[in-house]
Design a protein around this ligand. Structure first.
Ligand code: GDP
Ligand code: MG
Length: 665
């Protein structure tokens, strides 16, 4: 029998190992990574332990419990409104000073607190000696050492949670803010005490502290109380910004006093991370290093993938041969050969690229470097009208725009969020990769890696310039500034990165089996019928449709086959390749696609580059468009995003082809 359940909330700074602990406890599969703010939504898991049911909630990572971001408000509202039985704060033991800042705020909420000193392997390696029992005594909370990625200390943590849950209201130490502030806190507490209902919901000292910090969210919690006018009158005579700064100072003083007692080695040394950061986030070197790393990533992707692609190519060649030799019915042979094998096969061909790219991205993410990339871009982006934090969802867009657009929820300001949402699809997602690999590989040979790198950079540039434009025309004002805290570097774990690669890569495979296969079959039908016409010719249905559309893209130099491929690419951008495969494929040999493309006089290197640029920039796929609608809550923004990006794509492709014609002539 399981007794009544214990509700546990996991909280902590970003990248301290909350999700790893959550997974270790609940066994749930979940993305483990280094994006500050990836845990935007509330995740719940159940664990039965020692005859008790624990309900565990993984809260978003926060550095403090102020109301500066949606994450912080979510985390603190959960703790204060839902009142979990136990709050577990996960700390990075190598960074106690910064992590304890959150602890001081949690202590003020009066919650039952257990601290998990995670990453204790790293602290140990560094030679830190933390006097745990003294720290427990001084803070009045239970401390447990954990090394979450090796599953160490998890059971001790659960034991501590269970014993804490039965121990009643804790008596926690108060942080002293000094006479001047303490007097104000006292006055506020006296006023607040008149509202009994409010006092039942929130600790009065916590409310007073937040009011003195000028916390708007807490102020609005008082809006229905009849003591509100009195509180506002009291606050209006005070310079709250000054109070806020002074209180933060006092908390840090408290922490450094504490640390000097419990750990002599912990404070004030220059860590490994700090030293690496001196170089990687250097004012002048930062951006060149970032670009070089990216370029290296695409070169590697290309080099490693080539042998695998050759194997897949041979396999589909054999399959096509077998179909041609064994199937008599001409329509079935054409469906399998010209449709499925040529179309789906040409997309499957790029699976190795996708997997390798995701693996390398996961390594960069896991090491903590991608957070630096956001930091490096902050200065540049701020001057362009977006805040640096936006670069995190934008970087996620290299994988897939859909989760990236959802990740804009971490941006607190509504304008920042909309701008980021509108420009994120310009970041080249994994689905566009096959289009580049095929066309760049076919038309640019050895330079393919650099061409692909150039497209990714073009995406970033268009995104940033568009943000600039939106900021000065539609969303007037300044981006909100933010202080970015960098997670420490980790040696990336291959296991973690492989898992991440598999999660993302299998999504790609799933798309191949569903949207892409479906799109390809539709294209085949339209290319095969009406009965009797030559397959995929201008007389087929698709030919007529293409001819209808051709004038729209003819100025760029595109013909009807390209127009059709781009139209169907709206389903999923890989379909651009799937349809080229279906339209050009002879069904005999997959490897023929490259040669078939080269043989078409329309397809010059300049036009190929134009197709790549168009594919990069035009309307994002149907999935991304739907998410923009959902996240912005408006048809208007969705239609705007679609129209704007397609217009930009048209113009950029036009310019590319015209310039390309001169250069490659
Ligand atoms: P969250 O942002 O707090 O959810 O942090 P994650 O759970 O995503 O962990 C961030 C990174 O730290 C991941 O790469 C983990 O593999 C790694 N990690 C987690 N716990 C430990 C630990 O105890 N020791 C070490 N060395 N790494 C850890
Ligand atoms: Mg997490």
């Amino acid at each position: 029998m399981v007794e009544n359940k214990i509700r546990v909330a996991l909280t902590g700074n970003p990248n301290v190992g909350k999700t790893t602990i959550f997974n270790a406890i609940t066994g749930a599969r979940q993305k483990v990574g280094n994006w500050p703010g990836v845990t935007v939504e509330k995740k719940v898991g159940i664990k039965e332990y020692a005859g008790r049911a624990l309900e565990i909630v993984d809260l978003p990572g926060t550095y403090s419990l102020t109301a500066y971001s949606a994450d912080e408000v979510v985390a603190r509202d959960y703790i204060l409104e839902e009142k979990p039985d136990v709050v577990v704060q996960v700390l990075d033991s190598t960074n106690l000073e910064r992590n304890l800042y959150l602890s001081t705020q949690l202590i003020e909420t009066g919650t039952s607190l257990v601290l998990a000193l995670n990453m204790s392997d790293l602290a140990e390696k560094r030679g830190d000696e933390i006097n745990i029992s003294l720290l427990e005594k001084l803070l009045g909370v239970t401390l447990i050492r954990t090394t979450a990625n090796e599953d160490k200390g998890i059971n001790n943590l659960l034991d501590a949670v269970i014993s804490k849950s039965g121990s009643g209201v804790p008596l926690l130490p108060e942080i002293e803010y000094g006479n001047k502030i303490e007097e104000k806190i006292h006055r506020l507490e006296t006023i607040l005490a008149e509202d009994g209902a409010l006092m039942n919901r929130y600790p009065s000292r916590w409310l007073s502290v937040k009011l003195l910090e000028g916390d708007e969210n807490v102020r609005s919690k008082l809006s229905s109380s009849n003591i509100q006018p009195e509180v506002e009158k009291f606050l209006s005579g005070l310079n709250l910004e000054e109070y806020e700064a002074e209180m933060a100072d006092k908390r840090y003083e408290f922490i450094s006093r504490l640390l000097s007692q419990v750990c002599t080695t912990c404070a004030g040394e220059v860590s490994h991370s700090d030293m690496i950061d001196k170089v990687l986030t250097n004012r002048y070197l930062g951006i060149p290093i970032f670009l070089t790393l990216m370029w290296g990533m695409f070169e590697l992707t290309f080099t490693f993938a080539t042998p695998f692609m050759e194997i897949i190519d041979i396999f589909f060649g054999l399959l096509a041969g077998a179909v041609a030799a064994n199937i008599d019915s001409s329509w079935l042979a054409s469906l399998l050969g010209d449709g499925i094998i040529a179309g789906v096969g040409s997309v499957v061909l790029f699976v190795p690229n996708i997997f390798i790219l995701f693996f390398l991205l996961a390594l960069l993410e896991d090491s903590g470097y991608l957070a630096r990339a956001a930091f490096i871009m902050d200065r540049l982006m701020y001057s362009m009208g977006i805040q640096g934090k936006s670069f995190i969802p934008m970087l996620m867009g290299f994988g897939c725009s859909v989760p990236a657009i959802m990740a804009t929820r971490t941006l607190e300001d509504e304008k920042d969020r909309l701008i980021t949402m509108l420009v994120t699809p310009f970041m080249s997602c994994g689905a566009r990769m096959p289009v580049y690999v095929l066309l760049a590989g076919t038309f640019f040979g050895k330079q393919a890696g650099s061409v692909i790198f150039g497209l990714y950079v073009l995406g970033i540039i268009v995104a940033i310039l568009s943000a600039r434009l939106f900021r000065s025309v539609i969303f007037k004002g300044k981006p909100s500034s933010f202080i970015m805290e960098l997670p420490p570097y980790h040696r990336p774990s291959a296991g973690n990165s492989l898992k991440h690669m598999w999660n993302q890569g299998s999504l790609y495979l799933k798309r191949v089996g569903t949207v892409i296969a479906g799109g390809v079959v539709v294209i085949w039908l339209l290319a095969y019928f009406p009965q009797g016409v030559e397959y995929g010719s201008a007389e087929s249905y698709i030919g007529s449709l293409g001819k209808l559309l051709e004038p729209l893209v003819a100025p760029i130099g595109f013909d009807w086959k390209i127009a059709i491929s781009l139209i169907f690419g709206f389903l999923a951008k890989e379909v651009v390749i799937g349809s080229l495969g279906t339209l050009y494929g002879t069904g005999a040999d997959e490897g023929m696609l490259s040669s078939a493309l080269l043989a078409d006089p329309i397809l010059t290197p300049a036009v190929a580059l134009g197709i790549m640029v168009f594919t990069l920039l035009y309307v994002p796929c149907i999935g991304a468009v739907a998410v923009i609608k959902k996240e912005s809550g408006s048809w208007k923004w969705m239609l705007f995003a679609a129209a704007y990006s397609t217009a930009v794509a048209w113009i950029m492709a036009f310019v590319t082809v015209k310039i390309g014609n001169i250069i490659f002539a």
